[in-house]
Design a protein around this ligand. Structure first.
Ligand code: NAD
Length: 121
């Protein structure tokens, strides 16, 4: 494939693994990364963690042709990918709200602290 891309897929779950296998099957060079090291070890040894008809064979072909590889190294995946696809689990609403609050309030706190320091000069 002339226009093959280096693709990194984050998350080897229902979404990420099928995406990774599909992109490898059409000729891209796919590195699939997951933080779950046990899952990566079993995928590397040919075990697929859920039932999807045809997926084990597609993964086996991808691995044999070296179009599909697995890793638990996030850094390796970031370096590899010209395209990065994120298929990790959705965080719970509580975590989303905490992160949002932290991201929004931190610049405001910084700004008000800066103003106080300016005033005290
Ligand atoms: N499964 C579906 O039918 C479906 C449909 C629509 C949307 N989604 C969304 O797609 C996303 C993935 O869903 P899924 O069903 O594949 O989830 P999943 O739980 O099957 O897989 C998620 C994978 O991501 C891995 N992971 C978590 N944090 C990571 C990180 N920082 N780096 C690398 N890997 C990480 C987990 O170990 C897990 O293997 C979710 O956001 C979900 O809401 C899923």
């Amino acid at each position: 494939m002339d226009n093959a891309l280096r693709v990194s897929v984050f998350g080897a779950g229902y979404v990420g693994l099928v995406t990774a296998a599909g992109l490898a099957a059409i000729g891209h060079h796919v590195l699939c990364v997951d933080v779950d090291e046990k899952k990566i070890a079993s995928l590397t040894s040919g075990e697929v963690p859920f039932f999807e008809p045809g997926l084990p064979e597609m993964i086996a072909r991808g691995v044999a042709s070296q179009h599909l590889r697995f890793t638990s190294s996030v850094n390796l995946a970031i370096d590899h990918g010209q395209v990065i696809i994120i298929g990790v689990g959705t965080p719970p609403l509580r975590v989303v709200l905490q992160t949002f609050r932290r991201c929004c309030l931190w610049p405001l706190q910084l700004e008000s602290r800066f103003r106080v320091e300016q005033l005290s000069w």
